[in-house]
Design a protein around this ligand. Structure first.
Ligand code: KG4
Ligand code: ZN
Length: 338
């Protein structure tokens, strides 16, 4: 079964072709970073308009590159949520209309399920069950995964998502949007022992997160600092250290609580090198394993959407001829395909 997947939930227009037998056949991505950079963050209306401009040319390029005709597709899928409603509507309208025109089945895909199962696009895949750490611009969740669509929420953030905390702290330090990768790079040049940030909610039991306190701590630390380049790098270092250590502590707890020893890390912050290294060490010390998507599939992409769409269509899932966009869509509402 060959499936075309479309992702437009935020600021990347992305498409991919996934074949149930051969795996990923190709993918294309256009990032709107340059468009939003001048505003210091994503401007939803500009995002929607740019998706309108980019998605069809991306699909055409992808089809040309693959040597396939639209008539050879067996199904379509698109990200239906969570995300920016206007942006979602573009991918949903194009995906659903194309399926209608080609008389093909189409399914709506949950963006975070895309992230969650993205490590399965790699040659060394995790096997169910496992614990997943979902860390993106909008989510910070620990999920117990028994199979496709069988998700139990173990922990969630009470306020900011971890990517959001990275982005806001980066902005405070005067770094360009998107702040996460810029802050991570700056942190490498920081002195380790000048500042120490709190590790929120690690001194009590439980698997929930809170990152707004860390952000406030960054504001006061910056205000009371000389506000020069060394202070900028040292604060970035201390911030990243605290966030990563907090995530590692909660992952360890989630594994202990669930009795599992396989961990999957997904979502944009999963591209963070210190996080990857620290979780690698944690899993080595436990005799378990950690799985990640390749860095380009940690952040938003079409491959993860086409992959989930294919799994769900193969499982017999079939949506009515409606265009679905759900800006808020809890992951635990999903069920097994079919
Ligand atoms: O999954 P994603 O591409 O989009 C959402 O669905 O949110 O995640 C984007 C988030 C942003 O907050 C970005 O700053 C963060 O992931 N991010 C990083 C890194 N790369 C991306 N944060 C820390 N370190 C990185 N290397
Ligand atoms: Zn995402």
């Amino acid at each position: 079964m060959i499936v075309l997947g479309i992702e437009t939930s935020c600021d990347e227009s992305a498409v991919a072709l996934y074949d149930s037998e051969r795996g990923l056949l190709g993918h294309r991505l256009y990032s709107q970073i340059a468009l939003h950079a001048q505003y210091g963050g994503v401007v939803p209306e500009l995002a929607s308009r740019d998706h309108v401009r980019k998605i069809l040319p991306l699909i055409n390029d992808l089809m040309d590159e693959s040597g396939l005709e639209l008539a050879q597709l067996d199904g379509l899928c698109y990200t239906a949520g969570p995300g920016l409603v206007g942006a979602l509507l573009v991918g949903a309208a194009i995906g659903r209309s194309l399926a209608w025109a080609l008389s093909l089945p189409a399914v709506p895909v949950h963006h975070m399920e895309g992230h969650l199962l993205a490590p399965m696009l790699e040659a060394e895949k995790p096997a169910f069950p496992f614990v997943a750490l979902l860390v993106s611009g909008g989510h910070t969740q620990l999920v117990q995964v028994e199979g496709v669509g069988r998700y139990t929420l173990l922990g969630d953030t009470l306020d900011d998502a971890v990517g959001e905390a990275f982005d806001k702290t980066a902005k405070l330090l005067g770094l360009p949007y998107p702040g996460g990768p810029a802050l991570a790079e700056l942190a490498q040049r920081g002195q380790p022992d000048r500042y120490r940030f709190p590790r929120p909610m690690t001194d009590r039991p439980g698997l929930d997160f809170s990152f707004s306190g860390i952000k406030t701590f960054a504001i006061t630390t910056w205000r009371d600092s000389p506000q020069d380049d060394p202070a900028r790098a040292d604060i970035a270092h201390a911030f990243q250290q605290a966030v990563v250590e907090t995530l590692v502590i909660k992952c360890r707890r989630a594994l202990e609580q669930s009795g599992l020893n396989e961990l999957v890390v997904a979502g944009g912050v999963g591209a963070n090198r210190l996080l990857r290294k620290s979780l690698e060490e944690l899993m080595q010390s436990r005799g378990g394993r950690v799985y990640y998507p390749r860095p380009e599939f940690c952040t938003d992409n079409g491959a993860m959407i086409a992959h989930v769409g294919c799994l769900r269509l193969l499982g017999g899932e079939h949506d009515e001829a409606v265009i679905r966009a759900r800006p808020r869509w809890p992951l635990v509402e999903l069920s097994e395909p079919g």
